[in-house]
Design a protein around this ligand. Structure first.
Ligand SMILES: CC(C)(COP(=O)(O)OP(=O)(O)OC[C@H]1O[C@@H](n2cnc3c(N)ncnc32)[C@H](O)[C@@H]1OP(=O)(O)O)[C@@H](O)C(=O)NCCC(=O)NCCS
Length: 144
C-alpha cells in the first residue's frame, strides 16, 4: 500500500478535507462538532496529510513554539486505516522534519486512551490527566 504524505495548504480543498477528517476522528465520536472550534491557529501551522490512492486518511500538524521545542498536533488516522502502522509513520515523519529544522524537543497533548501509543514511540507523560472538551488528556514530551 503506497502512502503519500503531502503538505496541506491553508484554505485549500485539501485543508477543508482535513477539517472534515478531524471532525470524524476527534469530534463526532464524542458528540462534538469541529464547527464549534476556533481553527484560526491552523494558518500558522505546518499541516500534512497522509493519502492512499488520493484519499486523505490521516493528518499530523507541526507548530514551531520556540527555537528548541515543537508541538505536534492533530495526529489522527481514519478508523478503517488504524492498526497498520500509519500513526507511527506519520509521527516519525513529523519528528524527522522537526529534527531537520534543528529542534531537539517535541511536546503534544495526548488523549489518555492513546497514552500507550505515544509511550511506544518514546514519549513520556509530563502532566497529570486533565479534561479538554470533556475528554481526558495529558501532556507528553520526547527528546528528538
Ligand atoms: C492513536 C492513533 C493515531 C494511532 O494510529 P494507528 O495508525 O492506529 O497506530 P499504529 O498502527 O501506527 O500503531 C503503532 C503502535 O502503537 C500501538 N497503538 C496504536 N494505538 C494505540 C492505543 N490507542 N493504545 C495503545 N497502543 C496503541 C499499536 O498496537 C502499535 O504497536 P506495535 O508497534 O507494538 O505493533 C489512531 O488510533 C487514532 O487516530 N486514534 C483516534 C484519534 C486520536 O485519539 N488521536 C490521538 C490524539 S492524542
Amino acid at each position: 500500500m503506497e502512502v503519500d504524505i503531502l503538505n496541506i495548504i491553508y484554505d485549500s480543498q485539501q485543508y477543508l478535507d482535513s477539517v472534515a477528517l478531524r471532525n470524524e476522528v476527534f469530534r463526532k465520536p464524542h458528540g462534538l462538532d469541529i464547527k464549534d472550534d476556533d481553527l484560526s491557529e491552523d494558518e500558522s501551522m505546518d499541516m500534512y496529510g497522509a493519502y492512499i490512492e488520493g484519499k486523505l486518511i490521516g493528518t499530523v500538524f507541526l507548530k514551531e513554539n520556540d527555537s528548541v521545542c515543537v508541538q505536534i498536533k492533530a495526529v489522527g488516522i481514519l478508523d478503517e486505516f488504524r492498526g497498520i502502522g500509519l500513526g507511527r509513520y506519520l509521527l516519525e515523519f513529523i519528528e524527522n522534519l522537526a529534527r531537520k529544522r534543528g529542534y531537539s524537543q517535541a511536546k503534544l497533548m495526548a488523549r489518555v486512551s492513546c497514552k500507550d501509543f505515544y509511550i511506544k514511540l518514546g514519549y513520556e507523560a509530563i502532566s497529570e490527566p486533565y479534561n479538554y472538551k470533556t475528554i481526558p488528556h495529558l501532556d507528553m514530551t520526547k527528546s528528538l
